[in-house]
Design a protein around this ligand. Structure first.
Ligand code: HEM
Length: 483
């Protein structure tokens, strides 16, 4: 009877604690203690969240363990929240797993002064080293040349492009942050690339949800979450070694990369109480840039190869435009973009359909706000469902069809509908947006200029995904023919 009493007490306490406040967004019934942790299948969370929107409306709620979440759907609601009322949801929730990994020292999961200083510093430093400028073009094009050599070596034989494209894209952020690139057979980097893949899969799993809901228990239990912690630690060690080498030959009058600039800041800000520049922050911010700067663009490129094999007539049209505007005797330049509207439209359509960060990253309210006619109190997690904007039936002519026409007007000129928000929007908008756009333009255009992509004989392109920290295609082999 004591057990029964305890059970009744816990359930009643849970019920009182989690009682929906007045005018709170509606949502499915939640289990005591666990909430809606099993309502959403983590392997297809973005699809489930779209189905729930059809049932409960564009603004609805879920409870993950003891945390309330509000899911926002469709472009108009997202714009209202992320941009118009952006200041009220600029924060991130403090979730146990990310706190255990990043110790509130990185950019992605930070708030307040720390986030502001480090975001501003990263943006201005990356701009200084060439993002959005002419000076980064040769770095990207040189990396493409390395990558193309490896692709050419497989001509006639099916191969998996995954690790090669990961290494190539990673080398761009490595050159900005570490001041160097890595050969594709570099054992340490190849090992790290495999780890990125593994940890991204685990980040989307139920284990991470359980860890964030019941940290005291999960910290002690074995499982994939422990593998994730181990991998993050390994990546961090790799970065710390790079920082050590930078410190040995640091010359404040000649900053070669992001790490050098950061070491300058540590030096100049010594003794300032509001400074957030210290060595742990350095490692954690590098970790952000290194991981976010590798997986995202390379995943988009892996979707690009698949879409081009699935729609060979679109691939041919892109190649014809490139041949006409650039030809075969030189590499593309940023100025070519304005003259390649069809190619540009195809890149955007790949990003829209690829939908690689389908639920953005979580935000949190820092004051009460009104959304879609409901009241959302302070301290509630906000999930911006980017999928619902990229496939919004109010915004796109045929959202579920791959159609570059979504980005072309009737005269064939490139136009970008406002609902195109794969990088999210507002104050937390992706910090690497401009870098990613440059990489995608140069890599995609160069690949189309040099190669034709197809599936191995008798194989159809598999458009199935794996949802982890990103929505990525499943592993596949591909064939290339030099043009
Ligand atoms: C944040 C998408 C490439 C660094 C984000 C967010 C999205 C996103 C949706 C969350 C925004 C929000 O919370 O509202 C993408 C896509 C990419 C890409 C689709 C490529 C196609 C990159 C690259 C970098 C990067 C290349 C490296 C510099 C970051 C960082 C944040 C972020 C540091 C956190 C920003 C903050 O919290 O203030 N990205 N990203 N991303 N991204 Fe990207």
């Amino acid at each position: 009877s004591l057990l029964l009493f305890v059970a009744v007490f816990i359930i009643t306490a849970d019920f009182i604690k989690n009682y929906r406040p007045a005018n709170f967004p509606p949502g499915p019934w939640a289990l005591p203690i666990l909430g809606n942790i099993f309502t959403v299948n983590h392997k297809k969370a973005h699809e489930n969240l779209m189905q729930l929107a059809a049932k409960y409306g564009d603004v609805y709620s879920l409870r993950m363990g003891q945390m309330w979440m509000v899911v926002l759907n469709r472009f108009e609601i997202l714009r209202e929240a992320l941009v118009t009322q952006g200041d009220s949801i600029v924060d991130r929730p403090r979730l146990p797993l990310q706190e255990d990994i990043f110790h509130a020292r990185n950019i992605i999961f930070n708030n307040g002064n720390h986030w502001k200083q480090q975001r501003r510093f990263a943006l201005s430093t990356l701009r200084y080293f060439g993002i959005g400028k002419k000076s980064l073009e040769p770095v990207i094009l040189d990396e493409f040349t390395h990558c193309a050599k490896v692709f050419s070596s497989y001509e006639g034989n099916p191969f998996n492009p995954h690790l090669i494209i990961n290494n190539a894209i990673s080398n761009i952020i490595c050159s900005l942050v570490f001041g160097r690139r890595f050969e594709y057979d570099d054992k340490r980097l190849t090992r790290l690339m495999k780890m990125f893949d593994e940890v991204f899969e685990i980040q989307g799993s139920i284990w991470v949800k359980l860890y964030n809901s019941f940290p005291l228990l999960m910290r002690r239990l074995p499982g994939p979450h422990q593998t994730a912690l181990h991998i993050w630690n390994e990546i961090r060690k790799f970065i710390e070694e790079e920082v050590k080498v930078h410190k040995l030959n640091w010359d404040p009058s000649n900053s070669r990369d992001y790490i050098d600039c950061f070491l300058n800041e540590i030096h100049m800000n010594k003794g300032r109480p509001d400074s957030t520049f210290d060595e742990e922050t350095l490692s954690m911010c590098v970790l952000d840039l290194f991981v976010a700067g590798t997986e995202t663009t390379s995943t988009t490129m892996r979707w690009a190869f698949l879409y081009m094999t699935k729609y060979p007539e679109i691939q041919e049209k892109v190649q014809a435009e490139i041949d006409r505007v650039i030809g075969q005797s030189r590499q593309p330049t940023m100025e070519d973009r304005a003259n390649l509207p069809y190619t540009d439209a195809v890149i955007h359509e790949i990003q829209r359909m690829g939908n690689i960060v389908p639920l953005s990253l979580p935000h949190m309210t820092n004051k009460e706000l009104q959304l879609g006619g409901y009241t959302v109190p302070k301290g509630v997690i906000i999930i911006p469902n980017l999928t619902s904007a990229l496939f919004d039936t109010n915004e796109w002519e045929a959202p579920f069809t791959f159609n570059p026409g979504h980005f072309l007007n009737k005269d064939g000129q490139f136009v970008k509908p406002t609902a195109f928000i794969p990088f999210s929007a507002g104050k937390r908008v992706c910090l690497g947006e401009n870098l990613a756009k440059m990489e995608l333009f140069f890599f995609f255009t160069s690949f189309m200029q040099r190669f034709t992509f197809s599936m191995p004989a008798g194989v159809k392109p598999l458009m199935e995904y794996r949802l982890g920290a990103t929505l990525a295609p499943r592993q596949y082999d591909i064939c290339v023919t030099r043009r």
